[in-house]
Ligand binder design. Sequence first.
Ligand SMILES: NC(=O)C1=CN([C@@H]2O[C@H](COP(=O)(O)OP(=O)(O)OC[C@H]3O[C@@H](n4cnc5c(N)ncnc54)[C@H](OP(=O)(O)O)[C@@H]3O)[C@@H](O)[C@H]2O)C=CC1
Ligand SMILES: O=C(O)CCC(=O)C(=O)O
Length: 377
Amino acid sequence: MDQNLQYSDELGPFKVIHLYEPSVDLKAVLVVDNVALGPSVGGIRMAVDVTTEECMRLARAMTYKNAAAGLPHGGGKAVILANPKMPKTDKETLIRAFANGLRNEDSYIFAPDMGVDEECMAWIRDEVGRVVGLPRELGGIPLDELGATGWGLAQVVDLVAVECGFNVQGAQYVVQGFGAVGKHVSRFLADKGAVLIGVADSHGAICDENGLDVSALIALKNDGKSVVDLPDAKKISNEDLVKLECDIWIPAARPDVIHEGNVQDLNTKVMLQGANIPCTLTAEKYLHEHGVLCIPDFIANAGGVICASMEYHGATQKAAFESIAEKVTHNTQQVIQLVNERDILPRDAALVLAKQRLDKAMSYRRYSLFSTAPHFL
Ligand SMILES: NC(=O)C1=CN([C@@H]2O[C@H](COP(=O)(O)OP(=O)(O)OC[C@H]3O[C@@H](n4cnc5c(N)ncnc54)[C@H](OP(=O)(O)O)[C@@H]3O)[C@@H](O)[C@H]2O)C=CC1
Ligand SMILES: O=C(O)CCC(=O)C(=O)O
């Protein structure tokens, strides 16, 4: 209890729920952080080493992300302690039990995060409804299949290239994590003429300064293989992936991969945060002081949740993708402008944007974090 409360502040979390069901080996946590703007949306992460702390930090990132993107949603996140690569029938049993355990938690709308995909969302829809990121056949805009987040990240690159003085055409980029975010951001950047020179998944990392074949890498992943299976690519360590000289370094996996111990090794002009909370605050300060532009997670990777929210409210795929481009670009411009005007960290600039809206919404509430109004959903 005390450990959890150390994360409590004026924004939340509103609720922390631990779920346990031994018959299906379900161990999970839901954190609903702040619902002043509306019911929370945030993905479910399945991994063997997730913690309540990680879930709280991710839920807070969603509070800021949804506020900065102008969505009528608060922030939440869920984690399931399990191997996402377990047999599909076991995964279905687990996800269905998880959904049922949260049947009445109306302040949370289920969405996909690491280790969870559109099919999992379909199972949740079948059990309880209240879910986004559905397959197309169920009326969804399959955000991971389409690469909504990667699309948003790629829009930002034109702006940061101007700010940092390089051309997108021929720019060299590195991607850490090659799943829903990593694959698609790589694809969209390759379409713009940028060159992928290093990539990693959970099995290892590879590099090629002349450029890696993005389509071949995606084909490998879609076949259930690893990026390290790419013929002729040079295998490197995860540490060496951090050291690759490039224009854009894109984390697209787990938290805190860049920290006090390795931030000095980064050799990039821009860190574009595809992953949530991929860099410690101290490391972000270091990057700022050393002239590396860091576009914070809750600004740069908002494409997925914008898509999710628009699906929930009945929009088309075309409208969702237009909105992602418009919102992510606008917010990035605002962040860069504030950084330049006030000489503050990009994360602090981004917090200014998010908190303006949160403060206003909370001022309308009797209880600052949530509403008791009927039909709140
Ligand atoms: N999906 C979305 O739309 C959004 C996702 N995000 C964030 O982006 C990040 C990635 O999410 P998503 O792409 O959906 O997740 P996925 O599960 O689809 O992909 C995760 C990728 O990370 C790889 N990975 C896991 N551990 C490591 C490691 N230690 N080193 C290198 N690579 C690793 C996985 O490897 P392998 O393929 O071998 O399993 C996989 O390629 C997360 O932080 C998520 O919260 C943020 C906004 C929206
Ligand atoms: O985009 C998604 O998968 C849902 C939102 C989310 O979890 C995120 O933005 O991290």
